[in-house]
Design a protein around this ligand. Sequence first.
Ligand SMILES: [Zn+2]
Length: 414
Amino acid sequence: MPVVPDISRRGFLKTVGAGTMTGTLTGLMTQQARAATGNSSGKSPQRICVVMFDGFGTDYYENSSMPTLKSWEKNGFYKRIQGVMPAVTNTNMAGICCGVHADEHGITGNSYWDADKDQELFMSDSGLLTAATMFQKAGRFGIRSMIVAAKQKTIPLMRQGTALAIGSQEPPAEIVERYGKAPEIYSPDVNYWVWKVAIDLIKTQPKVGLFFVHTTDYPMHKFASESVESRVHLKTIDQFLAEAADADPDMAFIIAPDHGLNSKSTVLNLNKTLARKEIDIKIAMSAERDQYPKHHGGFGGTAFVYLKSPNDTDRVIRALRDVEGIEEILTREEAAKKYKLNPYRIGDLWVTAVKDVVFGHSKEEREKLAPDYRSHGSAHELDIPGFIYRYAGKLPHESEITTNVDLCKFLYRS
Ligand SMILES: [Zn+2]
């Protein structure tokens, strides 16, 4: 395996910018060029920018004026594809970055129940990731990667194998010096900052061959696809995409959304539903709960139900069966098989909601949500558009790209 020279994260911009590593890095890139892209010219491998467009459901694309993406649709690969369940960011991000499903990468939600600590924990630790990321695979070809993300939670989960991973909420000092402080995370502006940084790095770090740009879906939680605010946000992002494509006319772009969103009318607390029916469980929790409560209050369309005893399975299923708002109840084994999930990282039972209902720790068993409340997590938020633009290598057949997991899995194969 080729060895990637070690450069400290702090000094990376200066080091690569000053060209002190150029000889070695160029050597590695040239040496690995053919294997990485399949071209036989002996040139450096094509640079790639993967955009995880958080919350960019198909309706957002169709209801917005996005001339850049429209032209990429026409001149590149475009397909209406599906995200994976649960329709939350971490599961889909790990799928996009590893090119496998959660039965292999292990990230089955934004949160899970940690039996050891006896509490709900965020799935944001790379120690939980059980598959190699494209950053690690690219490294085997001597290709350096960078992440620029609005959500800081992406960084600990995905930074392994990258040369530099920048989260807007805790960016390295040299990034703040160069680009200024990021706007607050609960704003569309943070996405513009992310793109400004990414475009400049595309221009100034030619030795970085793989970029991963992760925007936040806060604007989609706030604004429906047909609203003026959403159109302004997406038109602006579209202009950044044009600028990024111009920053390196040879770079390939892969647009990989994680999930869509829907308006939700009701939150249902399954802990209280079961308590009312005098059934004792360990916990029912939303798979969507993450570090960004202002997005969704921790509520989402998939719940993990952990039982006190496996003997309770039938009783709990029976008790949930007639509950309004529930769409599907599966056992751990059934859910793992149907949705390709690691069975040990979901509840004893897997419960999904109808389109306008979410699960979570609400005060009352059933509460009405604000009229503008929007969220995701259920099987109704899987429709997303996938784009691959200017990729110089051979793409898989169109029929082989059906989910966002397929959008990057052909990259960096040896
Ligand atoms: Zn979200």
